[in-house]
Design a protein around this ligand. Structure first.
Ligand code: SF4
Length: 66
């Protein structure tokens, strides 16, 4: 499956793509590079608010707590 079309612009992806945090890696594989990219809550936020969500907002919808 193709990567999410937002990959190069997405604050979450930029911030966490090099993370070794298992949870982040799982989300990236599921969402950004995987089958759930159409269900991404960051995209929903952007569509609703017309602006990018905070970088720490995860594609599943909640905030990252490191
Ligand atoms: S977090 Fe969402 S918008 Fe960002 S790259 Fe991943 S799937 Fe795309």
């Amino acid at each position: 499956m193709a990567d999410c079309e937002m990959l190069s612009k997405c604050g979450f992806f930029k911030k966490f793509s090099d993370s070794f945090e298992a949870a982040c890696r799982g989300l990236i594989n599921q969402y950004c590079r995987g089958p759930k990219q159409t269900q991404c809550k960051r995209k929903e936020y952007r569509a609703k608010n017309g602006t990018a969500p905070p970088d720490d907002m995860l594609p599943a919808g909640h905030m990252f707590k490191g």
